[in-house]
Design a protein around this ligand. Sequence first.
Ligand code: ADP
Length: 199
Amino acid sequence: MTRLLLIGPPGAGKGTQAARLAEIYGIPAISTGDIFRSNVKNGTELGTKAKAFMDAGDNVPDSLTNALIRDRLEEDDAQDGFLLDGYPRTTDQVRELDSFLASHGAALDAVVELEADPEVVISRLRKRALEQGRSDDTEAVVRHRLEVYSEQTAPLINVYASRDVLVTIDALGEIDAVTARITEALVERGISSADVTSR
Ligand code: ADP
């Protein structure tokens, strides 16, 4: 039973690491960005409402986001733990998640912060824009997303640090090396992978 949260600026590699950590710990990776993107792609009502905010690099309003994540966390596969990527991103979302977890008698085991220099993430996202063509990876929108991150999401790092659950990881370097840094830091906190605990 491992409940993790991944936090860091756009381009820090959250999605990449989330997929690997989900595998290692045997838990679902839940990315609000991915859920929104698939809703946009499928033309759902939620997707239609979220699209303009996403394309502008702004946060989707909490009224849409909180209900979505509650429903997702109620699903069967999330009962034995989960890895949240991209949620919470605002202090209001932290309150929402806190109350959800408290009502289920649960708590986060660790919050992993992926730390990366803004210029590095901008150049990574420039590359991703060419490869994937995400509509919010244009230079101007990327800069705005970084501002939104530093204004609205970066303050969460102190909140989790004060609760003593924060693990800060250098997100630069090889993908494997970053994954290894994360799993090592989690072992130090007594959190081990599915391999160690159940096989
Ligand atoms: P990144 O971390 O690279 O910015 P994400 O895939 O996490 O990308 O998010 C893409 C977009 O989806 C955000 O810019 C925002 O519009 C929307 N979004 C994702 N998660 C949330 C959230 N928790 N609250 C509000 N908006 C969100």
